[in-house]
Design a protein around this ligand. Sequence first.
Ligand SMILES: Cc1ncc(C[n+]2csc(CCOP(=O)(O)OP(=O)(O)O)c2C)c(N)n1
Ligand SMILES: [Mg+2]
Length: 637
Amino acid sequence: MTDERVANRELDAADLDREANAPPAVADDSPPRPPAPATEPAVGAAPALPAASEAPSSEPEASAAPVAPIPESPPAAESPPAAEPEPRTAGRFVADALHAAGVRVAFTVPGESFLGLLDALGDAGIRVVAARHEGAAAFMAEAYGQLTGRPGACLATRVVGASNLGIGIHTARADSTPLFAIVGQVPRSVRGREAFQEADLTGSIGRLGIHAVEVDDVGRLPAAMAEATRHVLGGRPGPVLISLPEDLLDESMLSGASVIRSARDRPLDPDPDVIRAVIRRLTAADRPLILAGAGVLRSRSTSDLVRLAEILEIPVMASWRRGDVFPNDHPLYLGMTGLGAPSVVRERLAAADALLVVGSRLNEVATFGYAVPAEGQPWMHVDLEPRARAGALPAPDLAIASDARTFLRLAARLLAGAVHDVDHLNARRATNAADRAAWEAGTIVDDDPWDGPGVHPGRIVATLGRVLPPEAIITTDAGNFAGWLARGYRWRRPGTFLGPTSGAMGYGLPAGIAAALVHRDRPVVAVAGDGGFAMTFAELETAVRERLRVVTLVFDNRRYGTIWMHQDQRGTGRGVATDLGPIDVAALAEAFGARGVRVDDDANFEPALRAALEADRPTVIHLPLDRRWVSVDRHPS
Ligand SMILES: Cc1ncc(C[n+]2csc(CCOP(=O)(O)OP(=O)(O)O)c2C)c(N)n1
Ligand SMILES: [Mg+2]
């Protein structure tokens, strides 16, 4: 048996490039903090905006360009409090507290119940974007939070607005996204008197979040905002609902009241001996595997994950809708779990004889209905809040409370100069190559013969992969059309995929709008079915107004296809409530001031996509689909 010395490699240029496009860290801003490494993207590195001179702006700091880029730097929760100039209204205080927590943009449908806050946001340095429905506003805020690591903010009025926000609050909870949902409440003088649009907001919608508070006294506002911020930013980040009575927002705060900067909760660095134990189990195994989730994306540690995987020669899978967590063109990448995954993904996951889960909550879809980890399957969990026993899942052999980056870096450091059994390593390399080949073969989506009518969904996805540059951002809605994307698209950089693990329809376009607001220079493609698109297409006007160049693809089978499939599997596929009528999607897009294009066959898709990427306004590409394309596993051939 020979020994081989494996040292930490320097990151190559491709690694740097990948990480530079990653979202800012969320989870580790508490002191002490080492100086940022060379791979860190520059704070506020948002590129210049095209067509800035024509665009409207509510960004107060925008001096040179009318539309300022939304800053991408992480929240400065640890910086010292600013001096308090003079008394201010409670509305302004809340706006300042949101800004101090990292909020730079707020999405809203306004109401008369929170004008005292709405009017103060601009002065506090927060840009306001009006949406056409609170559900979409909440999706925008959620997507913004996922992408940037900064908390998103959505604002709505009383119970009518709050209940519409609900779907986005739930999505933020499922995605562990930092989010402030702020709701104007009825004035205190009429509270509890069946006032107009009155409801118990904290006890109802607020319970979808991780924390909810109604503030009925300005004296309690500083502590309430600090507590809410502490929940939003983590340990495990999430959404909070803050209910603020209309009249309270116009009250004056005492001049001494100051924004309390709440530090982020952060677990202590993990014990090196425990990390060594993880490494020992991984290196001793024959078919080890790393399953990586959003925690890796949020802590911007994809490069660290790549390095650890390469040192150990251990393949990596992405958890559901986190396909951008590891470069898909890397030979160690073995696919994304969950809906749309080819059977080889589940088989390989189940075959892992040492499974390291980093930054994933192991939800039902990601684990194929809690099938993995199976009883008796050795597994280890690294997470800000690791699961001791995850519901239906067996307890992990090792549970390590850590943010992903800290763990991955410490592990790589401990491995510097480690001695590997080269025979074992070579055997693993051969297995990995075979696994990768099986995954490649299982993820070809464009090979079925098809001459129409309508487009071949696999060929559309293959064309997307060929035409879009690595930095392009894809957002997805919910539905069976997404199966081809999940299986066939190759994400190459972190921060290029936004998908709700809540499975909420209507997410695609609003998320695309948020992504395009953050990255005006990058292609953004929202992918939706006809059902999901119709839920939030009014936001096309938002995209036009904000001069965003988001491209939306609408796979149109004129049905709620996923649910029709379930009906069909039960033998009741008569289309009750699942058969829909046609929409002239291209005409609809034009009516909103966007570009609308109908593509009836595969050959016309690439030119339409290229033209959309070049266009100076949003484009919707309507892709009629033969209904025999039921799912990525069930199609005409
Ligand atoms: C807000 C919401 N309502 C209902 C559902 C249940 N649901 C899941 S997929 C689906 C149909 C999606 O239809 P479409 O967007 O046309 O995509 P397709 O399945 O036809 O590809 C429905 C109704 C959901 N996930 N989200
Ligand atoms: Mg459909």
